[in-house]
Design a protein around this ligand. Structure first.
Ligand SMILES: [Zn+2]
Length: 125
């Protein structure tokens, strides 16, 4: 069984964009008849220069491949990005809380202000 690689698939479909059907490098060689071994069961979608997705209707293998990289998910990177986002969110919440406290402390009673007059004359019938 041969592993799927971005370059391997590109050499099969040509350096083109779109939707392609190809012989599956994972399962086709082990099929029972010569006709089945050359059947194009691997669907490939390539819409970007360095990225493609695939799905084999025979063995069920599916996923994506990147040029010069593997399709292995880097959980450490995802976790680091999640921690960064949480830190940013916490900082933003802290800033909003400080601003809300400042506005609360700076607030004045409404009596004898233009706001009171507006509410009494315009908004209250
Ligand atoms: Zn397959």
């Amino acid at each position: 069984m041969e592993a799927l690689s971005f370059d391997g698939i590109i050499s099969t479909i040509g350096n083109k964009f779109g939707k392609f059907d190809a012989v599956c490098p994972l399962c086709s060689a082990s099929r029972s008849t010569a006709e089945k071994r050359i059947r194009k069961v691997l669907r490939v979608w390539r819409e970007a220069e360095d990225f493609l997705t695939y799905h084999c209707i025979h063995c069920g293998e599916k996923g994506w491949l990147r040029r010069g990289g593997s399709s292995v998910i880097d959980f450490e990177r995802i976790e680091a990005a999640r921690r960064e986002a949480e830190a940013r969110d916490l900082e933003a919440r802290s800033r909003r809380t400080l601003r809300a406290r400042y506005l609360w402390r700076a607030s004045l009673p409404i009596q004898r202000t233009p706001a009171e007059r507006y509410l009494r004359e315009v908004r209250v019938s």
